[in-house]
Write a protein that binds this ligand. Sequence first.
Ligand code: ZN
Ligand code: FE
Length: 256
Amino acid sequence: MSRLEVHQFPCLSDNYGYLVHDPDSGLTATIDTPEVEPIHAALDARGWKLNFIFNTHHHDDHAGGNLELKSQTGCQIIGPAADADRIPGIDRVVGEGDSVTLGAWAFTVHDTPGHTRGHIVYHCPQAGIGFVGDTLFALGCGRLFEGTPQQMWTSLQKILSWPNETLIYCAHEYTQANARFALSVEPDNADLLSRNDDIDAARQRGEPTVPTTLGLEKRTNPFLRPDSPHLQETIGLSGHPLVEVFARTRELKDQF
Ligand code: ZN
Ligand code: FE
């Protein structure tokens, strides 16, 4: 079995587009449809044809290109059952535990409500990769537009159960701003301090800070660290339930 290929490219002001290609079957999927032109350009440059759209959620910077790409390529659109009525052109609905395949590669779907009520993520354990949309970001997590802190914390715990070396492909380049907030709640986290330098250097060179790994996020992302005594102390919630610490951290980020 040949390696699964992931091609990453910028879209809109701070989104990432992703094409996933299986060389053996020749099949290609795009993760979301932030912007039609860069997706076509990326397909054409590699001589790939679009077979599938794997949507994570309904927001326009994720599903806005669905109908145009479907009419141009005849691709099949897969998206969250919980939000089927808001995913343009959806052909197949999926939810927790469902499997979506690209040739011989299988992606497990998880329901991750919080950012929206119908957000899903795609995890391919064989390839060690996960596409997490706007649920988890490098050093951040999605805003709670349609869900509660408890829902989002439950969603993030599903991602936390993946192996540490899993490559996490999130949908936005928000890392530098996220790092400033992360340092405000865990100023003495040595891993975070050194990661912050790496992030600034990468952005200085014009390089993406995505993908990240789950292991690195666990050591540095405040939204995955409500159990950190240092974080709990900084926000004044030592010994409080993890979901309460998570909720307060999210609130503080909204006001930051
Ligand atoms: Zn979104
Ligand atoms: Fe988004």
